[in-house]
Structure formats: C-alpha cells, structure tokens
Write a protein that binds this ligand. Structure first.
Ligand code: CAA
Length: 251
C-alpha cells in the first residue's frame, strides 16, 4: 500500500492505493508509520518526502473500512492513534501534495513539517458531510494555519480549497506546476539532508515549540537549543566555512 525508495539521501514514501484515491486504511497507516520510523533510524536518510499520485495525495480515512465501526470499538481500539507515529519522527518530513488531500489526507499532510503543493492540489475537511468531524487533528492544525474564520467555514461546510488559496492561507509552503512537484520536493529534501543533521533536528524541534508552548517558554527553549549547537563540530565547520569562503562539509 506504500512504495518506498531512497533517492540520494531522501527517503521517499508514495501512498499507493490508486483504486480508492489513496484512502487511508489501518494497514496503510501501519505500513506508513513503520517506514517513517525505519527511515528515521537509517543514517543514509537525512529527510523524507511523503507523496501520492497526480490525482490524489489521499482522499481521507477509508470510509468503507470505518463505516460499520461502533463507538466502543473506536474508543477501545483508537484507530487514529497509529496515525500519530509521524509525530515521533525527528528528521524533517515534507508532504508533496498533488490532487486531493481531504479529511485524514489533509490531516496527514498537516502533520508533516511542511507541504509543497502542485497547482492542482485541493485541500479540505469534508467530514461534516459524513456526519462526523475531523479526527486526526484537523480542527486544531487547520485552525492554527488558517485562523478561526476560514477554518470554521471549511470544517462546518466541507468546502475545498485550491492550491493558490491554500498558499495565501499559509497552509502550504509553496505551489509548483504539477509536472515539477516531485523534482521540487526531492530538491528541497536533498538540500535539508545536506545540512548538519543536529542543527536540522533542533530547528524542527524549535519551530514545533511555537505551536506547543507559550511565547516566553518557546523562546527560552529555542535559546537552549541554539546555545547547545555550539557544542557540535557542525557549528565550527559551518561558521569556519563561511569565513574561509568555502562550502561547509557536514559529515
Ligand atoms: N474512503 C474509501 N474509499 C474512497 C474514499 C475514502 N475516503 N475516497 C474515495 N474513495 C473511493 C470511491 O469510493 C471510489 O471507489 P469505487 O470505484 O469502488 O466506487 C474511488 O475511490 C474513486 O472515487 P470517486 O468515484 O468518488 O472519484 P471522484 O473523482 O468522483 O471523487 C473524491 C473523488 C472527491 C475524493 C471523492 O471520492 C470523495 O469525496 N471522497 C471522500 C472524501 C472524504 O469524505 N474524506 C473524509 C474521510 S473521513 C476522515 O478522513 C476522518 C478523519 O478525519 C480521520
């Protein structure tokens, strides 16, 4: 249900259920989580990309698998819990989104570190049409990205948002033509993978603190992370390379 390969220093994971627009079933999410953890532990990988097809990043949780579940079942075997494996990943993960990223697909994309969107991308949380609400963080992460008014409108009506609107609304980092999406995502991930892994992981941790702490607490923690980087060879190499007008080598 997923296809994975390492290209250069980038672990690329492709969601692969084309017959159902990459609907996210339990098995796919378990495979995805296992592959993310494997790449996180693999020194040959410096960054990851999750992508889908040209038509669908993912059309959400698998409705056919979910439809007969009861409340006690969903409570006791919280089927969304494994979706959060991605939050344990220390290396950067980019979502390269073409086509639809709906419901759980949009939520999965929002759980990555940032989204690169093709110009045909469509984002939305249409769960309200199914008589439910987003269940994998959508009400929280969409609202942090878009603000209350737009997020509330999308979640209450199920309206979808195109790539340009998503860019203007700060949901995605960049929009590129569909034909360039994979190459751009790889190039971006490769750039990150070429940098100091220690600095990269601390940068990811520090930015995430902005969403999980108060300002003063976040700034204090950022200071500790920043100062601790002066204990690494990569700080010495990066700054020496700048002064000596050469390219830094982060080994
Ligand atoms: N689950 C299961 N199957 C899905 C699916 C999903 N989320 N989305 C699409 N499919 C299946 C369709 O049932 C169809 O299969 P069949 O050929 O067997 O009928 C196939 O994928 C192709 O889909 P469509 O024929 O509908 O294709 P389309 O191009 O006309 O429409 C679409 C595409 C707009 C994505 C539409 O399929 C759609 O609206 N899908 C559902 C989107 C949705 O509601 N997502 C939220 C799911 S709930 C959730 O995610 C909960 C959570 O927060 C964790």
């Amino acid at each position: 249900m997923i296809l994975s390969e390492i290209i250069g220093r980038v672990g690329v994971i492709r969601l692969n259920r084309p017959e159902v627009m990459n609907a996210l079933c339990d098995r796919l999410m378990a495979d995805l989580g296992a592959q993310l953890l494997a790449y996180d532990a693999d020194p040959a990988v410096g960054a990851m990309v999750i992508t889908g097809s040209d038509k669908a990043f993912a059309a959400g949780a698998d409705i056919k698998e979910m439809k007969d579940r009861t409340f006690p079942e969903t409570l006791l075997h919280d089927f969304i819990a494994p979706w959060e494996t991605i939050l344990q990943v220390k290396k950067p993960v980019i979502a390269a989104v073409a086509g639809v990223a709906l419901g759980g697909g949009c939520e999965l994309a929002m759980m990555t570190d940032f989204i690169l969107a093709a110009d045909n991308a469509k984002f939305g949380q249409p769960e309200i049409n199914l008589g439910v609400i987003p269940g994998a963080g959508g009400t929280q992460r969409l609202t942090r990205a878009l603000g209350k008014a737009r997020s509330m409108e999308m979640i209450l009506t199920g309206r979808l948002m195109g790539a340009e609107e998503a860019l203007a609304a700060h949901l995605v980092a960049r929009v590129v033509p569909l034909a360039d999406l994979q190459a751009e995502a790889l190039k971006t991930a490769e750039k990150i993978a070429s940098l100091s892994p220690v600095a990269v992981q601390m940068a990811k941790k520090a930015v995430n603190l902005a969403f999980e702490s108060h300002l003063s607490e976040g700034v204090r923690s950022e200071r500790v992370l920043f100062l601790s980087l002066f204990g690494t060879k990569h700080q010495q190499e990066g700054m020496a390379a700048f002064v000596e007008k050469r390219k830094a080598r982060f080994e």
